[in-house]
Design a protein. Sequence first.
Length: 752
Amino acid sequence: MKFTQGFWLVRKEITPLYAVEYADHRISGSEVTVYAPERHITGRGDCLNIGMLTVRLSSPMEDVIKVSITHFLGEPYPGPFAPSQQTNPKVTITETDTELIYQSGHTKAVVDKSPNSWGIRFFDGERPLTNTGFRNMAYMKNNETGKSYMVEQLALDVDEYVYGLGERFTPFVKNGQIVDMWNEDGGTASEIAYKNIPFYITNKGYGVLADNVGDVSYEIASEKVERIQFSAEGERLDYYLINGSTPKGAIAKYTQLTGKPALPPAWSFGLWLTTSFTTDYDEDTTSGFIDGMAARKIPLHVFHFDCYWMDAYEWCNFTWDPKTFPDPAGMLKRCHEKGLKICVWINPYIGQKSPLFEEAMARGYLLKKTNGGVWQTDMWQAGMGLVDFTNPDAVIWYQEKLKTLLDMGVDCFKTDFGERIPVKDIVYFDGSDPVKMHNYYTFLYNQCVFRLLERERGKNEAVLFARSATTGGQQFPAHWGGDCSASYPSMAETLRGGLSLACAGFGFWSHDMGGFEQTAPADVYKRWCQFGLLSSHSRLHGSSSYRVPWLFDEEACDVLRKFVNLKCALMPYLYYQALLSHTEGIPMLRPMFVEFPQERACDTLDRQYMLGDSLLAAPIFRSSGQVEYYLPEGIWYNLLTGKRIEGGKWQKESHDFFTLPLLVKPGTILATGKETTRPDYDFSNNPHLLLYLPEDGMSARTCITDQHGEIQIRAEATRCGQTIELKITGGNTDITFEVLGEKLEVAVHHLL
């Protein structure tokens, strides 16, 4: 939202109140409150008939500084609020004649006390991060609408790039963009998003989280080109300056503040196949898909039933359509006997035709209007209402309906939708602000379902397939990218969305392999299978057509089989990376600038990524099979072709459907398994270590877990001339190893 007309003029309908200078401060425990009037004070008379901003500095954890800006403190400031952890760090507050310094860890906020010279500068030690100053921090009144807004503008450096703000499909670097935090169902080909996270990071190694789950608006080097502006309606705006010193550190600190992802079960990393959305299917159809995959020796691990497992007009009734599935319990048992897990589609809406509608309405479990009636709409399902998850009894009721399905044999849920949430004339059970609940609703929805799975299946078995999210939603994995089209551009925009979402610590992410809308040409399908199986979670899903590979061509079966086999073999490596996502908050899918912040060539890369800390993947987005990608410094090794490539420059290659750039980072121990048909096996039983240390003196280390994320084996390797010293702790004597790229001697020291 813009408030100015160029640099000097304010829009005619806006009356601004800017912080102009420091007037006073008060210290209370570990907090300091600063008072900043709207004009320079030269004498006592100047203190009359003016406005003032009250700025409070606090620190919920080390190297995180919270800034709270208030105009009128007496105005209501209702929730909901995103989750935040408090660790009570040591804070120092010092004062000189010209500065007030607030410090948490290595991070400082320096308030300028000079007359007529308002400003707060933020530092990582002595390294400047950003600042707010002249005509930046403000309260804006719109005289035409009567609405008021709080505004902050933080400085951007000459070579500073902004990333994140949720799963955005627009250009990866956000400089020059206008972004509004408003969850909507818009597909991947638009500027709106399913997952809006008011948190951005920059390549300077810090991030900023707006502590508002409502309609925050960003002007990213777009209103003032040297600043990022964020604003929200009301009389108060809070934000956290999160200093990680590096982009990876900022993401880790953010997830420490808002919650780290749960560790999904190992089986969820396998191949998922769905019925697709509006296709015709019954048990014969689904069994045909499952048996067809088995006949072609394509490993399949999860089968998903989309919307029409329930009868039309009755979403959600949580009851199998008896016309299509007369024996659901028997069918699920037969699927389990084939080694499959089962997922079913749900959403938080109750259609009026559903038998549950009147039950929920009578008990007060549906969202209400200010006139006391139930909010309803005909969009999506005729007369549908919305479960009010701020009502604890409604949460229990909803969970009990899902528990019936779990008892029947369902293993997990696709928690679709959660974006179409009304705000006008709405009353929540707990009195939450309807505007803030528009985005936050999805947090409560996914939390409700995830907590049920944890309780009924155990913490090591809980997993969702969720579409919408907001701040803190990374706690309930996994998430997928939403409705994409069956084309190379849509495949690329899907990756941009995943990379942006990763900047908010969403550790586990997937997308509709082959595209959701339309039916892909065979080449797009095969390239998307490569990309999808080099993601943390891998699902074949479509809209009005099936996604089994033999409907594209027979080669698609071979491509899919190869990359499912590859992913299963990589599970010892992948599941350790998943554990790191869970414990440290670093996503499995990592933008290049996050893993290589020292290489400025990585700052803008959005067609390649790191899968964990040791594998670089560059999906192919052209029918010709050509791909261009950048390799950071060092000598890399293509895991699929065996080619050694010198980094520090761009590469241009052509690949068939069975290869792509999948590079092992120099200084890697890549743990693999001998199982190529399942993702859930004993990773520590007879693992195979791929050692890649192309330079003398280079060292590497890794760990191998069991299926519950408990570390069983630790391995360290150092190259000394033509010998690699390999130290293994734990495991058995059947651990094997292989040197990639050249012939070297290996001296193994195994401590059982």
